[in-house]
Design a protein around this ligand. Structure first.
Ligand code: ZN
Length: 230
């Protein structure tokens, strides 16, 4: 037996066979909660009781375009949308929210950049928070980006050089190749200081040096080298 509640008021207890019939009927006649239209192939239901058209309209300020769907690890269809800067947004299919949210892991996967879930620091594995990540570098033109993540349950930030369709390397600022390229990008950025004491990265001008701009510069430098190799 099952119970069915209508309009959050009356609850009916019915036999399994009746429940199945009602469920089938509801799925067949389901409509979008915003436009009240039936779902179509062009405008399927992408979040709980919300059609694709309404989702795009409600998120029109982000200027999203649709990219082909992919199945997640459980085989559930993931709807993906691209913003003008190359970030992937998605919606949560089970949620009542119609807001699109940015996904760093889907963004990296879309552009072929490897992602990491953990890093070894001083010989110990450190798990990283998959929800707290930032990408530095132009996703649409660069072949190497810097990805910064935070340690799970901690504020420690660790960064990586993510090579398109290649490795993801821990950006160790204290030793090795990564130290060398980090220091190069840093000096290059500090040398942009003008007579008024301002630093420049492309059209960005700032009164104090920003690590984020050095990461972007490092992404540009490494991309130029990586493009020559591949
Ligand atoms: Zn709709």
């Amino acid at each position: 037996m099952h119970s069915i509640t209508l309009d959050e008021q009356d609850t009916f207890v019915v036999a399994d066979t009746v429940f199945e019939k009602v469920q089938k009927l509801l799925i067949q006649h389901r409509i979008c909660r915003v436009c009240e239209k039936s779902y179509t192939e062009e405008s399927p239901m992408i979040a709980a009781n919300l059609c694709l058209e309404c989702f795009l309209r409600e998120n029109s300020s982000v200027h999203l375009t649709v990219v082909p769907t992919v199945p997640d690890e459980n085989g559930v269809t993931v709807y993906r949308f691209l913003d003008p800067e190359g970030y992937i947004y998605t919606c949560s299919p089970a949620s009542e929210s119609s807001e699109a949210y940015e996904s760093i892991s889907l963004t990296l996967a879309y552009w072929g950049f490897p992602d990491v879930a953990s890093v070894e620091l001083e010989g110990k594995p450190v798990e990283l928070d998959p929800t707290d990540a930032t990408i530095y570098g132009d996703l649409k033109t660069n072949s190497v980006v810097v990805v910064s993540k935070r340690k799970k349950a901690g504020r420690l930030e660790v960064s990586f050089l993510s090579y398109k369709n290649g490795p993801c390397v821990y950006l160790d600022k204290a030793k090795g190749y990564t130290r060398k390229v980090w220091r190069e990008a840093e000096s290059q950025y500090l040398a942009t200081k003008d007579a008024r004491g301002r630093y420049h990265y492309k059209e960005r001008v700032s009164r104090q040096p920003f690590q984020s701009d050095i990461y972007c510069l490092l992404s540009d430098n490494e991309s130029a080298k990586y493009d020559q190799k591949t």
